[in-house]
Design a protein around this ligand. Structure first.
Ligand code: SAH
Length: 261
């Protein structure tokens, strides 16, 4: 019997940010596989299912297990936080399948279920910093050499992209953020607004807006932190971080102050 494999992104971690489709796939599955911290976040949906939890470094085993379980006729969800296609499990699943000669139409049937990624979840918590072109960079040099990460940061900085940083630091990786700050400051003001968001939409959520020069010393840095570095036009005003779309220089923005009072 042919099986089914859903590669599910369940959003930043809370109920309301999970799509109906993601929830539906998890509910339909008889096997759910994921990193133990992620499984904890969706435990309430898993009654009566076979649940396979693995450690953080066991991604390849997890992906192989998901493929095998689905190939043997199960309905399987392999879960990632955020979007499963953004630093998530979807690529690994397809790499394993393609290597084995699989193509669409063969067993298992695969569907990638998109979710709200950390960039959009975190942006929404501080205002609207991603309203113009932005670039996303992960600081993790486990699989990508640091020289290449640096090259990408420099290109994004030179192009005046708002820059979203995933995986800003870990216990072993502490100096990269300072180097990143120094590169971006070659192109941008040290006072550029920077949002540092930890555990968005999860227990222990922390939001701080600081400046580029202070970024490496910000509170809230950790494995569950996303950073948003503004571009040359980004402002921080009355608690809102905003990259204006530019309408105010094209048209006169109406003065609502009399209505708002
Ligand atoms: N697939 C995920 C990203 C996984 S990489 C997604 O689309 O969001 C792991 C990184 O994601 C973390 O180091 C952190 O930068 C970010 N992240 C994941 N969950 C987060 C959350 N709830 N709040 C802030 N950042 C988060």
């Amino acid at each position: 019997m042919s099986g089914k494999l859903f590669v599910v992104g369940f959003g930043p971690g809370d109920e309301k940010n999970m799509t109906f489709w993601a929830r539906d796939c998890i509910e339909k599955s008889n096997v759910v596989i994921g990193y133990e911290t992620y499984i904890d976040l969706i435990r309430h949906l898993l009654d009566g299912k076979e649940v396979i939890e693995t450690g953080m470094t066991e991604e390849i085993d997890r992906a192989k297990m998901a493929v095998e379980k689905a190939q043997s006729g199960n309905i399987v969800s392999i879960v990632s936080s955020g979007d499963a296609g953004i630093y998530g499990m979807a690529a690994l699943i397809y790499e394993i399948l393609l290597e084995s000669g699989w193509r669409p139409g063969m067993n298992p049937d695969v569907e990638v279920v998109p979710g709200i990624t950390s960039a959009s979840a975190c942006a929404a918590l501080v205002g609207s910093p991603l309203s113009l072109d932005f670039a996303v960079v992960s600081m993790s040099d486990l699989l990508v050499p640091w020289e290449l990460i640096e090259k990408r940061v420099r290109a994004a900085a030179a192009g005046d992209f708002v820059i979203v940083i995933y995986n800003p630091l870990s216990k072993k990786r502490t100096w990269q953020l300072q180097k990143t700050r120094d590169i971006i400051m070659e192109y941008r003001s040290p006072d550029t607004p920077v949002a540092v968001i930890k555990s968005a939409f999860r227990e222990g959520q922390k939001i701080k807006v600081t400046t580029l020069k202070d970024m490496p010393n910000a509170e809230n840095l950790g494995m569950l932190t996303t950073i948003i570095v503004g571009n040359s036009t980004t402002i921080y005003k009355n608690g809102i971080m905003l990259t204006p779309r530019g309408y105010s220089s094209k048209y006169t923005v109406p003065d609502f102050s009399s209505i708002i009072g």
